[in-house]
Write a new protein. Structure first.
Length: 250
């Protein structure tokens, strides 16, 4: 039986006394893209921040069989967790290439084989970043900043790449490009936990999906099945996806 790369059990997290997540259970196998969809305010970003160690939590989180609950943020990064936050958090006054090189410190510290070619692999994935490698990160377009944020995370050679709303605020053409890149990463064996409000695009690219609402997981299953689930169609994909011969019942 294939070991889970990420296992989350009975996760509770929030801000101060306000609990946002209540008993989250989630699994992800190596090489999978798992998505968590849900409305704004459901707790999706809170979940990623708890997994990364930015927020305190109760429950069990393990990565490749290693307990993450008591590990610091730096220890989680060194263990192979990488988060691309919603705000991207780039160094705007530094060139593109310097941002990428900073992302590679985990690979350098661990002396991972092949780390010298990681920059070229990122440039191959994002040719636009190579064209703008000397340009200040703060002058990039929204789509280019998202590419840079993902590229910087990949420079660390993560075991698990976590993406927080990668399509947020981007034009439709750029959104399609971002999801094309996610498909490419999946084809290359990168394990991804994807948090998205764009349910249609997320379900198309993912292997498995969870629906998070008001801090609790309401549905889960293979992404293709959820894309055809009447409840998901009604709430997240629009009536246009509703099968005419399969009316939604209460």
């Amino acid at each position: 039986m294939t070991q889970e790369l990420l296992e989350v059990a009975d996760l509770h997290a929030g801000y101060g006394r306000a609990e946002v997540l209540s008993g989250i259970n989630l699994r992800l196998r190596a090489g999978q893209v798992v998505t968590v969809i849900g409305p704004n305010g459901a707790g999706k970003s809170t979940m990623l921040n708890a997994l990364m160690g930015v927020l305190p939590f109760r429950g069990r989180v393990s990565l490749a069989g290693r307990d993450m609950a008591t590990r610091s943020l730096e220890e989680r990064v060194m263990a192979g967790l990488a988060l691309v936050p919603e705000r991207r958090e780039l160094f705007g006054t530094m060139p593109v290439e310097d941002n990428l090189l900073l992302g590679g410190w985990r690979a350098r510290r661990l002396r991972l084989d092949g780390r010298e070619g990681e920059l070229e692999r990122v440039y191959a994935l994002f040719p636009r970043l190579k064209e703008r490698r000397k340009q200040l990160a703060g002058t990039l377009s929204g789509g280019e900043r998202q590419m840079l944020a993902v590229g910087r995370a990949l420079m660390s050679r993560p075991q698990l790449l976590m993406l927080d709303e990668p399509s947020l605020g981007l034009a439709p053409l750029v959104v399609r490009e971002i999801f094309r890149i996610i498909e490419t990463l999946r084809a290359n064996g990168v394990s991804i936990l994807l948090v998205e409000q764009n349910a249609r695009a997320a379900l198309e690219v993912a292997d498995y999906a969870y629906v998070l609402e008001t801090g609790e997981l309401r549905l889960e299953g293979p992404a293709a099945d959820l894309a055809n689930d009447p409840r998901v169609i009604e709430t997240y994909l629009g009536a246009a996806r509703r099968p005419a011969a399969d009316p939604i019942t209460s």
